[in-house]
Design a protein around this ligand. Structure first.
Ligand SMILES: NC(=O)c1ccc[n+]([C@@H]2O[C@H](COP(=O)([O-])OP(=O)(O)OC[C@H]3O[C@@H](n4cnc5c(N)ncnc54)[C@H](O)[C@@H]3O)[C@@H](O)[C@H]2O)c1
Ligand SMILES: [Zn+2]
Ligand SMILES: [Zn+2]
Length: 389
């Protein structure tokens, strides 16, 4: 089969790989009909995710048709059209039973490795390093899907691939990130990052009762799309200090909740930005936490901070004093997709939202290298790339 592989920093290549086969009785083989590039893939592309190996198949947002099935997958049939969750969950362990699917204790086959870095291991992920299981990803013609009875959702024929694909990751991610803001009716929520995750977070925050969403980025077309979603756009490059700008917009108090939908590669100007880059380069810190600092410092006293943005290791100069002394709540995590995708599919079916609004680029899988380069550099107003094998 053809598959998109990682070959080092800024280097992805579509090559021939062996077809996947059933390894476990709860596996399915899915023939991919549509797959996407996620902002999280850019952290791999930029060389910030450890334990990637040359030739690893990328991709964790994908859907398709079940073409082979293990004997213990009783709730799916060959021919079913499914979306696949980006994290793998057994559905039966301590964590899965509590709805904490993305920290399933059974799905990371390299759990020891992850526990060394993070204390304990989260779930396995498709196409996202050996630390997270070394599983082949979905930017390919075929994928092996472990725990397919829990890791897939059947989608109705009345909805096209583009309308349901993002149930695999970014729609539930935006929704969970908004839920983690603990929104009360009429609240003001400030969201850093107007990429695909930020856009779904904006729309989800309104679904959860926010009165006002302030959307922060510097890319004009991204701010425009945030505005189309009902948010108040704020270009952080046009103000001296984001914190002060937010104080002004919130009658001197600060937003009720703040969200970091940017993650470890945040852009920062001035001395702080340079220092973070040098520290990251010198491996003194693994992540650039400019936005993480902003969200903590800007939220009102007693407010909530939500961090869907991905961080890999350690950050420097985290304002812990602000968090403690002002009584803030911080919530984060890879998304517990299975908790959200059923209700979100219902919203799509009801016509409340059509997630395909984020798609700007439709490519063949063979053009994955162009897709990555275009998405990373936001060329041609690129927002979200989907690819057809
Ligand atoms: N928690 C999860 O389960 C999960 C799932 C999917 C993605 N993510 C993460 O969410 C983050 C966003 O993903 P995406 O697909 O939207 O990525 P993206 O790269 O398209 O979007 C990031 C946006 O942040 C903006 N940005 C950079 N520096 C900024 C700053 N200082 N202030 C404000 N905005 C700034 C960029 O201009 C860009 O528009 C990534 O870190 C990704 O890894 C997490
Ligand atoms: Zn993702
Ligand atoms: Zn589990």
């Amino acid at each position: 089969m053809r598959a998109n592989t990682w070959n080092g920093k800024n280097d992805v290549r579509v090559v021939e790989k062996p077809d996947p086969t059933i390894v476990d009785s709860r596996d399915a083989i899915v023939k991919v009909t549509l797959t996407a590039i996620c902002g999280s893939d850019l952290h791999i592309y930029d060389g910030f995710i450890p334990s990637m190996e040359r030739g690893d198949i990328l991709g964790h947002e994908f859907m398709g048709e079940i073409v082979e099935l293990g004997s213990d997958v009783k709730n799916r049939a060959i021919g079913d059209r499914v979306v696949v969750s980006f994290t793998m969950s057994c559905g039966e362990c301590f964590f899965c039973k509590r709805g904490l699917f993305s920290v399933c204790e059974r799905s990371n086959q390299n759990a020891d490795l992850a526990a060394k870095l993070w204390g304990h291991s989260p779930a396995g992920l498709f196409g996202y390093s050996h630390l997270l299981g070394g599983y082949a990803g979905g930017q390919a013609e075929y994928v092996r899907v472990p725990f397919a009875d829990v890791g897939t959702i059947k989608v109705p024929d009345s909805l096209g691939d583009e309308q349901v694909l993002f149930l695999s990751d970014i729609f539930p991610t935006g929704y969970m990130a908004a839920e983690n803001c603990n929104i009360e009716k009429g609240d003001t929520v400030a969201i850093w990052g107007c990429g695909p995750v930020g856009q779904f977070a904006i729309r989800s925050a309104f679904m959860l009762g926010a009165g006002r969403v302030i959307a922060i980025d510097s890319v004009p077309e991204r701010l425009k799309l945030a505005e189309a979603g009902g948010a108040h756009p704020l270009d952080y490059t046009t103000v001296d200090d984001v914190n002060e700008a937010l104080v002004e917009l919130t009658a001197g108090r600060g937003p009720d909740s703040c969200m970091d939908a940017v993650g470890m590669e945040a852009h920062a100007s001035g001395v702080e930005g340079v220092v973070d880059r040098v520290k990251q380069f010198a491996k003194i810190e693994t992540d650039r936490p400019a936005v993480l600092r902003d969200v903590v410092m800007s939220v009102r006293n007693g407010g909530s901070v939500s961090v869907p943005g991905v961080y890999g290791g350690f950050v420097d100069t985290f304002p812990m004093g602000s968090l403690v002394n002002r009584g803030l709540t911080l919530k984060s995590g890879q998304t517990h997709v299975q908790r959200y995708w059923g209700p979100l599919l219902e919203r799509i079916e009801a016509g409340e939202i059509d997630p395909s609004f984020v798609i700007t680029h439709r490519l063949s899988l063979d053009d994955a290298a162009t897709g990555f380069e275009t998405f990373k550099n936001k060329r041609n107003e690129c927002f979200k790339v989907v690819m057809t094998p």
